[in-house]
Design a protein around this ligand. Structure first.
Ligand code: KIV
Ligand code: ZN
Length: 525
């Protein structure tokens, strides 16, 4: 039974968040994020859309097997195949939730579904009934609810409750609603549906106009008790409601809301960083709650005020969102205990072998750097632990680059099945040249969709972290690389992405070397 004075958090970082352009998380990464979300005590983790792809199915299945402390949800359209796939993927979850959705706005019904309202109503009833026959906790979402007719919404939600749904979700799918209007819509729906207390109302708000958090909070004021969102507000287009913003608003303004949550807000910052690193989606410095500058005071007058009394300019405490400076600097002489403790504080959950591997990489790093910042350690973990795939094809042996004002030259040697292959190419800068050389070696021409490089800390000897996304024959892969040498980090990220592309292609039985061949004439050596 849901508690009426509590707001429940439904995290959809791994489903709606992962739909953000350029994000492509693998199973190890998704599992690590799911463990950290559970540790942060979200109430529900939406692990994926099982019918969407075999990869999504396996991730929902693996997360269902691993996560026992909160509910695990799988998304499904009202189609029988989707619902059965979701139920099957959730079979081993301790608290499974089947999330069924169907669009209800005139524009979606006419142009996307090509169905009449009465067909949509019948389809919703049938979908929820089938879901309820397979899983006891069913959520029904009326996609594009904020642009739907109120009477129709009440009718379809009543039918969903009668068919066994216990969570009724009101999505602002395209981020169109205004807070006052959304408050009214939610209130009228709650009153109009007149559901028993065993049913909870939920909202799922998008951020196209920057109003996702405001709309979620307006809905809570109207009586909604489940908020769907993602960490860092990650998601398609403008993203989803940022869970950290909603929970800190409820907490900071408890005088206004007077509602409790179960979320451990001290985990927000580490989990935000983890998601940002693994997804490659950078958190803007001025991002509310988890941005690097969220608690920084630059202006003299502000600094003076904060020194006199921090409440002059601080409405929340950095410690309450988990932003705690390292008490100890880790370096060459640090032992594995101190290292393990710090990675746990940073919010990582590693097994013994992973800790040993990460510690070995940390020691190697300390040979070239006197001490390692948190950012450096996180960069190592991202590359060495989460990006590793069990069987990889290519490994970097060595490389050299010659950087010119215009054209640069790179020579790269990779090993593949114990055999060394070397090639060289020119390019517009050293990274471009190295990537061309690698393409000549692997004999496929993946398209480079995204390339990002950033320093893991403020110092000039920081570890550089590169994230790339490549695609070939309809498959996409993301790769991470870290090194104090940014060219090496970029090369490693590319090779990691290539290996991950091959591993996905093997699972899906797709050939990668059909399609365009690398140009024969671009060799520089
Ligand atoms: O934005 C949306 O409407 C959704 C639904 C599937 C809940 O993501
Ligand atoms: Zn959504």
């Amino acid at each position: 039974m849901f508690e009426p004075d509590r707001v429940y958090f439904f995290d959809t970082t791994l489903r709606d968040g992962e739909q953000a352009a350029g994000v492509n998380l693998n199973m190890t990464e998704k599992l690590q994020i799911a463990k950290q979300l559970a540790k942060m005590r979200v109430d529900v983790i939406e692990a994926g859309f099982p019918a969407a792809s075999p990869g999504d199915f396996s991730c929902v299945q693996a997360i269902s097997r691993e996560i026992k402390s909160c509910a695990v949800a799988g998304l499904a359209r009202t189609r029988e195949g989707d619902i059965r796939a979701a139920a099957q993927a959730l079979a081993q979850a301790e608290l499974p939730r089947l999330h069924v959705f169907l669009a209800t706005s005139p524009i979606h019904m006419e142009y996307k579904l090509k169905m009449t309202p009465s067909e949509v109503l019948a389809e919703a009833k049938a979908g929820v009934s089938l879901a309820r026959s397979l899983i006891s906790e069913v959520e029904f979402s009326a996609e594009d609810a904020s642009r739907s007719d109120l009477d129709f919404l009440i009718k379809i939600f009543k039918a969903a409750v009668d068919a066994g749904a216990v969570v009724i979700n009101i999505p602002d799918t395209v981020g169109y609603a205004m807070p006052d209007e959304f408050y009214k819509l939610c209130k009228e729906i709650i009153e109009g549906v007149g559901a028993p207390p065993s049913v909870i109302f939920s909202v799922h708000t998008h951020n196209d106009l920057g109003l996702a958090t405001a709309n979620a909070l307006a809905a809570v004021k109207a009586g909604v008790r489940q908020v769907e969102g993602t960490l860092n507000g990650m998601g398609e287009r403008g993203g989803n409601a940022a869970i950290e913003e909603v929970v800190m608003s409820l907490k900071t303004r408890s005088d206004f809301f007077d509602l409790k949550t179960n979320l451990d807000t001290k985990r927000l910052y580490p989990v935000s960083r983890l998601i940002s690193r693994l997804s490659g989606v950078v958190v803007p410095p001025n991002k509310a709650v988890v941005g690097a500058n969220a608690f920084a005071h630059e202006a003299g007058v502000h600094q003076h005020g904060v020194m006199a009394n921090r409440l002059t300019y601080e409405i929340m405490r950095a410690e309450d969102v988990g932003l705690t400076p390292a008490v100890m600097v880790l370096g060459k002489h640090s032992g594995s205990h101190a290292f393990k403790e710090r990675i746990e504080q940073l919010g990582y959950n590693l097994d013994e072998i992973q800790v040993a591997n990460a510690f070995a990489s940390f020691k190697k790093l300390c040979d070239v750097k006197k001490d390692a910042t948190d950012g450096d350690i996180e960069a190592i973990l991202t590359e060495e632990i989460f990006s590793v795939i069990p069987e990889f094809r290519y490994e970097l042996k060595d490389y050299s680059v010659q950087v010119g004002d215009g054209l640069s030259t790179a020579s790269v040697a990779l090993t593949c099945d114990g055999k060394e292959i070397r090639d060289a190419a020119t390019g517009n800068g050293p990274v471009d040249a190295a990537y061309s050389a690698i393409r000549r070696i692997i004999k496929i021409e993946p398209e480079l969709l995204s390339f990002k490089i950033m320093a893991a800390s403020e110092r000039s000897n920081a570890v550089g972290e590169a994230t790339v996304i490549i695609s070939k024959n309809g498959l996409k892969a993301q790769g991470h690389g870290a090194s104090t040498d940014v060219i090496k980090a970029s090369i490693r990220a590319y090779i990691n992405a290539v290996n991950r592309l091959y591993s996905t292609a093997a699972v899906k039985e797709i050939k990668l070397n059909s399609g365009p061949k690398p140009p024969e004439d671009s060799a520089a050596a």
